[in-house]
Design a protein around this ligand. Structure first.
Ligand code: ADP
Length: 404
């Protein structure tokens, strides 16, 4: 089944076209990115498998125009990989926030759209863009079934005491204020792959998954289900991230707003876009830059690196307590997959658990790799995440069921 996987941001569309033979056998036909939608000059980068990539700069007025560009690139006589739009059998979308409406992927219909609309309140930067993507596909491919996969769905198994905040209960009832988590598709995928790699029975396992990228979250997975996760009502809660502050004393928010005369929207922007590595260092939101700056002696970059390790080991420690032990720890996403030094620093702080790292395996980890020694009491692994594959699989299952 040929499936187009879409991840729409407010000014971007990431896409992958996969030919799914079954859950584990598939071909990636093409992938790409449309950027700077709505700006005077936009850009599409299209990478067809086995053909030369193409980059085009042009004004891209809105998501409908962007989506049309993606489809045109897929059927282009030179750079394309399909004969016609009709070859696309289904479209799967990544949706950041499904709140407590969705504990799994769903076929798009009016009811599903109205629930995603309600969830815009809790993910104002993401859900409206996802809806633009769904509507753009309905416009250009009206008869193709669409499926939505939620970053929050995997976390719906959290127990009440983990997802409730100790705020007046009426805010939960009136405004759905509770913890939802994020990156669920990634945590679910790497925990499943990790258990397989390590020969663990997922249904009887305690796994801690560390998704460390621009946005970072850590999850406790008990018997294949989410027990707790570090992100909360929004993807701001938890640990230090590229531009997000993570946990802070909530009283800091009104304090700074009064001192700096900031509106709620401005304060939200400070915490989401101007904090984290960027805010602390004052220089960059990219961890590679922090490493370089720290080597050159930059004190604030050194704080960032220490705080990142500290936040990771603090979350792991809390989740080991919640899980009453741990069988496996997994690192994934941009930082987790590529930064061997950080993985080593974290693991050195876990010697109390009997974690022993294999330096050679850690330094050379490419693709799914166990990076702990055979006598380590906890298995540690690096597993590249693949959220698009999960979306494509779910889409294939839901759409195949329609045909039955
Ligand atoms: P997003 O959350 O936007 O998907 P990513 O998962 O791509 O982000 O992670 C981005 C982070 O990963 C950046 O801080 C970057 O420094 C780090 N990163 C990406 N590639 C590498 C690499 N090859 N070596 C070290 N760090 C990397």
């Amino acid at each position: 089944m040929i499936i187009l996987v879409i991840n729409c941001g407010s000014s971007s569309i990431k896409y992958q076209l996969l030919d799914m033979k079954n859950d584990d056998v598939y071909d990636l036909l093409a992938k790409g990115l449309v950027e700077k939608i709505g700006l005077p000059l936009g850009c599409i980068t299209h990478k067809p498998t086995g053909k030369t990539p193409v980059v085009k700069e042009l004004p891209i007025e809105d998501h409908k125009v962007g989506m049309k560009l993606v489809l045109d690139a897929l059927v282009d006589p030179v750079h394309g990989v399909l004969k016609s739009f009709d070859d696309i059998e289904a479209v799967g979308h990544r949706i950041v926030q499904g709140a407590d409406y969705f504990s799994g992927s769903a076929l798009v219909n009016d009811d599903v759209i109205s629930k995603i609309e309600i969830c815009c309140d809790y993910a104002p930067l993401h859900n409206p863009a996802h809806l633009l993507g769904i509507h753009a596909i309905s416009h250009v491919l009206p008869s193709v079934p669409q499926v939505v996969t939620f970053d929050t769905a995997f976390h719906q198994t959290m127990p009440e005491h983990a997802y409730m905040y100790a705020l007046p209960y009426e805010y939960y009832e009136k405004y759905h204020v509770r913890r939802y988590g994020a990156h669920g598709t990634s945590h679910q995928y790497v925990s499943q792959r990790g258990a397989k790699l390590a020969g663990l029975n997922l249904g009887k396992s305690r796994i801690i998954t560390c998704h460390l990228g621009n946005g970072s979250s850590i999850t406790a997975v008990e018997n294949g289900k989410c027990l707790d996760t570090s992100m909360g009502f929004t993807p701001l809660e938890g640990m230090i991230m590229g531009t997000r502050c993570g946990n802070i004393d909530a009283n800091i928010v009104p304090y700074i707003m009064k001192k700096e005369n900031l509106t709620p929207d401005q304060m939200t922007e400070v915490m989401n876009k101007k904090s984290g590595f960027l805010g602390l260092s004052g220089k960059s939101s990219d961890l590679r830059d922090m490493n370089e700056l720290a080597i050159a002696g930059d004190h604030r970059a050194k704080i960032v690196l220490k705080k990142l390790t500290y936040d990771i080991i603090k979350n792991i420690g809390a989740f080991v307590a919640e899980l009453n032990g741990v069988d496996m720890i997994i690192f994934t996403a941009g930082i987790g997959e590529n930064n061997a030094r950080l993985r080593r620093r974290v693991c050195e702080n876990l010697s109390y658990l009997g974690v022993k790292i294999d330096d050679n395996a850690n330094e050379n980890a490419r693709g799914e790799t166990i990076i702990s020694t055979p006598d380590s009491k906890v298995i540690v692994a690096m597993i590249p995440t693949d959220e698009e594959l999960v979306i494509a699989r779910d889409t294939m299952h839901i759409v195949s069921d329609l045909d039955d």
